[in-house]
Design a protein around this ligand. Structure first.
Ligand code: PLP
Length: 387
């Protein structure tokens, strides 16, 4: 650290210049991320309540109450107003908490969890941390988990099954109803990773899209990850973990007796944690309401369907599958898809690259004009690669 400090104005100027090379959502160039800029109200609220710490909830009981209400709003959206849980750092922490809970509930030492081959890396982190073996189930042609394969993989060590409602790679929704039946029959813990889809699918349903059940309406579902900092327009960090009931939420809670507020329970992985992001998530959800989110999803889906329609007109590029939500996979039988991604990145498009496809996510910050420009550039890249 320098001995001599600098005036605030100078620091701010320095930061403006130092951070210039970062991508911005407003530019529309970030088209491969599941995050977006927070809602303007969320920004205001976040800045106003920065000092709140839910790691010591006894000091901030009113903030803790807003967290309960936020969970209740999410629970109501996911067919269970009595769900219990926390706003956490992200989908990763949500999934870690879910597997940890499943392990503690099972009381087993050698544990296996069956996840779809499309599972997010966070499950592998969770398993590594909790000493769980991950067993991957195959996907079918629709990129959903093959339930027959899941059934085959169940053995005496299996403690839990994971289903995904909105896969990271393509936004596919696993047959959660069938997984719920299986979990009930075999007395297994079922966790649904709806980190992205949880704040999309209910609104798709409202809009008349044909989407399957995936939430607590299905009796086998024990917990759901759903992230306000993805399609919820809330500032980072705002993931969400919802348990079917309070008893499940408390399984991974720890007594932390030294806390100044006198409330000793901590039930998240981290101790000190942002109350501001919880309050901001609460504010944006209260403000937008179901109608507001529906409108956002409608706009995102409009652009998604337009992109999916236009891609087949670009020679050499195709879509992986008809999009279920605002995620489109681009593939090529003709070019190495990594070269396509490389050329797009050279043209300052922040696309996401998987082994066999490029992922485009039509988040709320992506506007029609951005999509037009992207299609133009993609056509040029295809022309260039055709030579
Ligand atoms: N689950 C799914 C389905 C995801 O797509 C992601 C991230 O993209 C996560 C979990 C992890 O979320 P986070 O990056 O907020 O930890």
């Amino acid at each position: 650290m320098e001995i001599k400090g600098s005036p605030q104005k100078a620091i701010l100027k320095m930061l403006d210049s130092r951070l210039e090379e970062d991508f911005t959502y407003n530019s529309g160039r970030i088209i491969g991320s599941m995050c977006t800029h927070p809602h303007p109200l969320a920004k205001k609220v976040y800045a106003r309540f920065l000092e709140k710490n839910l790691g010591d909830a006894g000091l901030f009981p009113a903030t803790a109450e807003l967290e309960k209400e936020t969970i209740q709003m999410l629970g109501t959206l996911l067919s269970n107003p009595n769900a219990s849980g926390h706003i956490v750092t992200g989908g990763t922490e949500g999934n870690v908490l879910a597997l940890w809970t499943a392990k503690k509930v099972s009381r087993k030492t050698h544990c296996e969890v069956i996840v779809p081959a499309s599972a997010h890396r966070s499950f592998y982190k969770a398993a590594d941390l909790s000493g769980i073996k991950i067993v991957e189930a195959k996907l079918d042609r629709k990129h959903q988990v093959d339930v027959a394969d899941v059934k085959k993989l169940v053995n005496s060590y299996t403690i839990a099954v994971v289903g995904i409602a909105g896969t990271t790679e393509l936004g596919a929704i696993d047959p959660i109803a069938e997984l719920s039946e299986l979990a009930t029959q075999e007395e297994l813990y079922l966790h649904v990773d709806a980190a992205f889809g949880g704040l999309v699918i209910p609104f798709l349903k409202d809009l008349g899209f044909d989407v399957p059940d995936f939430d607590f309406a299905l009796p086998g579902v024990c917990s759901i990850t759903v992230d306000p900092h993805k399609m919820g327009f809330a500032p980072i960090p705002a993931g969400g973990i919802l348990f079917r009931n309070e008893n499940l939420r408390k399984v991974a809670a720890w007594d932390t007796p030294y806390l100044a507020g006198g409330e000793t329970e901590q039930a998240t992985i981290v101790g000190t944690r942002s109350g501001a992001s919880v309050i901001a998530a609460w504010a944006v959800m209260k403000h937008l309401g179901r109608q507001g989110y529906r409108k956002i999803v409608k706009k995102c889906m409009g652009l998604t369907l337009r992109l999916a329609e236009e891609i087949p007109h670009i020679e050499g590029i195709d879509i992986v599958t008809k999009p279920t939500m605002n995620i489109v996979g681009l593939k090529s039988d003709r070019f190495d898809i990594r070269r396509v991604a490389h050329e797009l990145r050279r043209r300052a498009w922040a696309v996401s690259l998987f082994p066999n496809h490029i992922r485009i996510v039509l988040m709320p910050h992506v506007l029609e004009e951005h999509l037009e420009k992207f299609l133009e550039d993609l056509s040029e890249v295809a022309n260039q690669l055709r030579g």
